[in-house]
Design a protein around this ligand. Structure first.
Ligand code: ACO
Length: 333
């Protein structure tokens, strides 16, 4: 890690993403559980999701996205001094998936760790990396959001199995002295009292893996989607307004909203409350479903590659997820 120096601002100089090739459509799901393409499309906006094969893990997807982001930034793995991986589906409890990525990239000068903040993980990681850079403790930081949720989905539970997908998104962060550019403001909050609404109860120190936890299907996602719906909207709006206020800006000045891709109805409600028209909202959950910590960095990379994000654009990223956690980040590209 670099030595301490004067305050700087953080900019994103490279992005990359990776999703598994295999696609699972709503019609495929109709054959697996009691659901329909129409129900999934109307209630969520999702049409397809990408699913990892046996050999693909969070570390392999994260490494692929990271390599692309480094190439985009014109940097090598040797330039990286910190790797921060946001995920709730690490390859294993330890070593950290960050260390597996470090090894696979050959980033021999980098510290590496994981961060667990559900679907808000990427925003949390971005804000921590920003603090490292601004304090002079990081020069080239890789922030990755990755999930292989298909490996913790109960494929017999129609309430959850239709919602999630796999993928990874990565960004390379460096300091900039340019006024008004880069990460302008970020905000993160949590409310553990509502944690039971979305959890994976088995396999930790509370319910160590046993025949009982396996028989009770405690190693799969359990979610009360109905009760999450309202807090998701309210908290994302709160976080978005908070970063705008910190930056002294208003929502009319936002060029693109990149919300966490959980449900189109949630996204539409958030955009409406922020008075943002649909053309200013990036949506790709029809293709990927909810990829949790990966959803915002995948969307950011895709929007950049498609030319949806243009120089000088003000981009507002906002997320909500397990924990509960929520947060937002405001970026001048
Ligand atoms: N196919 C058909 N019917 C279904 C399905 C399905 N896949 N899933 C649920 N249903 C049924 C329910 O059983 C229920 O039937 P009932 O009325 O006979 O009891 C009915 O559909 C309505 O269920 P609701 O849960 O009320 O449906 P809702 O409109 O709320 O949509 C959904 C459910 C999509 C889960 C929604 O509540 C949601 O998106 N919530 C937020 C979830 C979320 O964002 N989670 C992730 C945040 S954190 C993260 O991203 C990891």
């Amino acid at each position: 890690m670099a030595g301490r120096s004067h305050l700087k601002r953080t900019q994103i100089v490279g992005t990359g993403s990776a999703v598994p090739e295999k696609v699972l459509t709503n019609f495929d799901l109709e054959k697996m559980v009691d659901t329909s393409d129409e129900w999934i499309r109307v209630r969520t906006g999702i049409q397809r999701r990408h699913i990892a094969d046996e050999k693909t893990t969070s570390a392999t997807l994260a490494s692929e996205a990271a390599q692309k982001a480094l190439k985009d930034a014109g940097l090598s793995a040797q330039d990286v001094d910190f790797i921060l991986v946001a995920t709730v589906t690490p390859d294993m409890p330890f070593p950290a998936t960050g260390c597996l990525v470090q090894e696979s990239l050959g980033a021999t000068k980098a510290a590496a760790m994981d961060l667990s903040a559900g679907c808000s993980g990427f925003i949390y990681a971005l804000s921590l990396a920003d603090a490292l850079i601004r304090s002079g403790n990081g020069e080239n930081i890789l922030v990755i959001g990755v999930e292989t949720l298909s490996k913790i989905i109960d494929w017999t539970d129609r309430n959850t199995c239709v919602l999630f997908g796999d993928g990874a998104g990565a960004v390379v962060l460096t300091p900039t002295e340019e006024e008004g550019r880069g990460l302008i403001a970020s905000h993160a909050r949590s409310d553990g009292s509502l944690g039971a609404l979305l959890m994976l109860p088995g396999g930790g120190s509370k319910n160590p893996t046993s025949l009982h936890t396996v028989e009770q299907r405690m190693h799969f996602i359990k979610m009360n989607g109905h009760d999450l719906f309202r807090p998701a909207i309210l908290s994302m709006v709160e976080a978005a307004l908070c970063v705008l206020q910190k930056a002294g800006l208003n929502s009319e000045q936002v060029d693109l909203l990149i919300p966490h891709q959980a449900n189109l109805r949630i996204i539409d409600a958030v955009a409406k409350k922020l008075k943002l028209p649909r053309e200013k909202v990036y949506v790709n959950l029809d293709e990927y479903g909810n990829t949790s910590a990966a959803s915002i960095p995948i969307a950011l990379d895709e929007a950049k590659r498609k030319g949806v994000i243009r120089p000088d654009n003000l981009v507002l990223m906002v997320a909500f997820g397990a924990g509960l956690t929520w947060g937002a980040a405001l970026l001048r590209v």
